[in-house]
Design a protein around this ligand. Structure first.
Ligand code: SF4
Ligand SMILES: [Zn+2]
Length: 392
């Protein structure tokens, strides 16, 4: 029997390797991916003891005090791209709540032209039944208490080509049966309609996340190639708000061709313009994804991901608006992700994550400086002469 082990954890491969070893030893299954290593053997016993699941396709383990789930399958179509449990800030009660995030594998985003986005590489030729099977599997990892459910598709949940109308209604039924406080889905604005929102109003709080990236039409059109206007976003946001749901707006810190200083100014200005429509702003720190136009720019040294100091500065100013500001620094500290000098990256990332859960700005205000902050400051001061060139 051929088995593929897919790790859903952010820390990834080592745990997948450990799971491979456990299965290999306990059930004599031939592993086709991930080679066992010594590290895996060390925790083999712990995994065998803690796997209480009877499903041959699912391995539940507790590692470093956190629940991890591995899907074992012969086909990737009925497994989600990823699924994990963590905490998210629950805006309505102003506190962190357990959150199950599920990234469904669909046919992918219809647009596929944004310069920084490589999500559509996760798409596959899946059926609607596959999509329901993916969600059902992910639900096996639901927490016992009330939780927030985020269903992402690396595209638009409301695009009927990705999630057909009947599937959407079926998902709503599945959601209704569980202890879900809030459901969050992502969509491009052109797919928003009152009827589709009504189908999903099975939970107390429904939130639609829209990737506006910036309120500046020039940056969004010319540099990001997003394919919709600020006006389109406002029209969609009004429909969402009038339907009784809320809007989460994604803003992108440092799109291509925008200097560090202009990027900070852009998200602060955008936050002011979107806050009347949004209950939450998610500040997404641009990272360099594979096989994207942005990757080409980055390889030619025409692009450097944002400094983490820029994120801190932007969050402090954006928070002046009456909205929750969240930021998950994906890939922080890596050369493709937002980073500082290397010495202070972990500390600054941790402070941003702590701020997410509390919305307490003092976490960021108390943040100790690092010598690299001087360089970052100098770069902002000389922005007009540097024309976006990076010092390092
Ligand atoms: S950023 Fe969103 S809209 Fe743009 S290509 Fe990616 S998934 Fe599609
Ligand atoms: Zn530093």
């Amino acid at each position: 029997m051929k088995v593929t082990v897919i790790s859903y954890s952010l820390t990834g491969n080592n745990e997948a390797l450990a799971a491979s070893v456990a299965l290999f030893s306990a059930q004599h299954i031939r592993i086709t991916e991930s080679k066992p290593r010594t590290m895996g053997i060390k925790i083999l016993n712990r995994i065998s003891e803690s796997n209480s699941n009877n499903c041959p396709h699912l391995l539940n383990i507790k590692m470093k005090g956190r629940d991890r789930t591995f899907w074992l399958t012969t086909s990737k179509n009925n497994t989600p791209v990823a699924s994990w449990l963590d905490y998210d800030f629950f805006t309505e009660e102003q506190k962190p709540v357990k959150c199950l995030t599920v990234i469904l594998r669909t046919v992918g985003c219809r647009w596929r032209k944004c310069t920084m986005c490589g999500y559509w590489h996760e798409s596959a030729d899946v059926t609607q039944a596959d999509i329901l099977a993916q969600l059902e599997r992910a639900f096996r990892n639901s927490p016992d208490e009330d939780f927030i459910l985020k269903i992402f598709t690396s595209g638009s949940f409301l695009d009927e080509r990705e999630i057909a109308s009947d599937t959407r209604k079926e998902i709503a039924k599945m959601v209704k049966k569980r202890k879900i406080k809030k459901l969050i889905v992502e969509t491009r604005p052109e797919f928003v309609s009152a009827e589709k929102i009504a189908d999903l109003e099975v939970v107390e709080h429904l939130e639609l996340a829209i990737g506006l990236e910036t309120a500046d039409d020039f940056i969004r059109t010319k540099y990001i190639n997003k394919g919709f206007s600020f006006e389109d976003y406002k029209t969609a946001a009004k429909i969402v708000n009038e339907s009784g749901a809320t809007v989460k707006t994604y803003l992108l810190l440092k799109p291509p061709f925008v200097s560090e200083k202009k990027a900070i100014e852009d998200v602060i200005k955008s936050a002011a313009l979107v806050s009347p429509y949004s209950s939450t702003i998610s500040l997404n720190l641009c990272n360099v994804q594979k096989y994207t136009p942005l990757e080409d720019l980055w390889r030619k040294r025409y692009y450097r991901p944002p400094w983490l100091w820029s994120a801190v500065e932007a969050i402090k100013k954006m928070k002046k608006q009456d909205v929750a500001v969240l930021s998950d620094p994906v890939g922080a500290g890596h050369k493709r992700g937002p980073h500082n000098c290397g010495k202070c990256d972990t500390r600054v990332t941790e402070a941003i994550k702590k701020f997410n859960g509390t919305q307490d700005l003092s976490v960021l205000e108390r943040l100790e400086d690092c010598e690299c902050k001087e360089t970052w400051h100098a770069m902002l001061n000389f922005d007009v002469f540097l024309f976006g060139a990076s010092l390092f």
